[in-house]
Write a protein that binds this ligand. Structure first.
Ligand SMILES: NC(=O)c1ccc[n+]([C@@H]2O[C@H](COP(=O)([O-])OP(=O)(O)OC[C@H]3O[C@@H](n4cnc5c(N)ncnc54)[C@H](OP(=O)(O)O)[C@@H]3O)[C@@H](O)[C@H]2O)c1
Length: 344
């Protein structure tokens, strides 16, 4: 018998641990599938939603935007998936059932791709939300041309730099790989301990963001040609550093991904452009192209997933993972929860 249990938020600004509650098997709308989750992954927005009380439309509520599992049921109008397919998906979080931290999630077929056997469910769960964010930011905010699913991968070298600020973050790791596949020479920043990691993702130059000369070093490596920056950290300090890193005499664009990012630092020539995963769905052609490309990158085993850190206890471990997230203890890794480790 399937177990329908969800790790639930039961009050606004909840300070006490989230608890597992039962739910009924959900009905599927047009274009939806029900996924039996095997592994779900943590993103900063999950604990931020609890702490800052946003996007919680009713109680009890469920958060989480990364799932990997097997298709359990297929809704009306879905022909590209069948029961039993291994998939990863980025549920929309529009209802309690369209979220990750539960045993079965409803998600849309257009936000889902098949996961080849060459990736584990745990690895696969690290991809959907931040890959989508990385791709949407490159395409929408920075106007980067990515490879297409049916074209050459990678695209020809452009001999142009692109800076990813925060290359060891989850968004940064996918931004480096996509920019590299688009033919850019990627410059990035990370802690020293993560320099080999970001190079393994395709970064050509990496600098320690704690180094006082970091902007100077970036400018030197970039020559006079840096016009594109993806700031995956987007604090006031990193936005300022991103602006200062632009070397192109004609200016350029900086993609930022937090609503709090300060766009007043824009100048006549340097534009700060707010982006986020939502751009992939506000502009469905961007989302379609990104997911078609993702399917090919997975089939060909080109995409490197984030290093996985499995947190003990499955869904029971999420409260601990959120605490570590709040304390900033995530470095070049993704916290992953195995549903089978949960005690119901
Ligand atoms: N708008 C959207 O749709 C959207 C989507 C996804 C994420 N986000 C937001 O984007 C941010 C990144 O998300 P994520 O999941 O990628 O985060 P993450 O993986 O949890 O980020 C952790 C990483 O950030 C790096 N970092 C921290 N401060 C840095 C700095 N000053 N300079 C360079 N790197 C720094 C750390 O690098 P080291 O360990 O190497 O020091 C660490 O590896 C979060 O604030 C998240 O809420 C927004």
């Amino acid at each position: 018998m399937p177990v329908f249990k969800a790790l639930s938020i039961t009050e606004h600004h909840q300070k006490t641990p989230l608890t597992l509650l039962d739910f009924e098997e959900p009905q599927l709308e047009d274009g939806e599938i029900l996924v039996e989750n095997v592994a779900v992954a943590q993103n900063p927005i999950d604990w931020k939603q609890v702490d800052y009380d946003f996007g919680i439309k009713s109680l009890p509520w469920v958060v989480g935007g990364d799932i990997a599992g097997k298709v359990y049921k297929v809704g009306p109008g879905v022909s590209q998936f069948k029961v039993g397919d291994r998939v990863i998906s980025f549920p929309s979080r529009k209802t309690t059932r369209h979220a990750a931290y539960q045993t079965y999630s409803v998600t849309e077929a257009v936000r889902t791709v098949k996961l080849p056997e060459s990736y584990t469910f745990e690895e696969g769960s690290t991809i959907p939300l931040t890959y989508t964010t990385a791709g949407a930011g490159l395409v929408h905010a920075l106007k980067v041309t990515l490879p297409t699913a049916d074209g050459n991968i990678p695209l020809n070298a452009r001999n142009e730099p692109l800076l990813v600020w925060g290359g060891s973050s989850s968004v940064g790791s996918y931004a480096i790989q996509l920019a590299n596949l688009a033919g850019y020479d990627v410059i990035t920043t990370a802690s020293k301990a993560n320099h080999d990691y970001v190079k393994s993702l395709g970064a050509k130059h990496v600098f320690d963001y704690r180094d006082a000369n970091v902007v100077e070093e970036i400018r030197k490596a970039a020559g006079n040609n840096l016009s594109l920056v993806y700031d995956t950290v987007s604090t006031p300090a990193t936005v300022k550093q991103s602006v200062e890193s632009i070397t192109s005499p004609t200016g350029g664009s900086i993609a930022t991904i937090l609503p709090s990012a300060d766009s007043s630092l824009s100048t006549d020539t340097v534009k700060i452009v707010s982006t986020g995963s939502i751009k992939a769905f506000e502009h469905p052609e961007i989302g379609r192209a990104l997911y078609a490309l993702l399917a090919v990158l997975l089939e060909k085993k080109i995409l490197k997933t984030n290093p996985v850190k499995v947190i003990d206890g499955g869904l029971n471990g999420v409260n601990e993972g959120f605490e570590l997230g709040r304390q900033g203890k995530v470095s070049a890794e993704k916290f992953v929860y195995r549903i089978a480790d949960t005690k119901f």
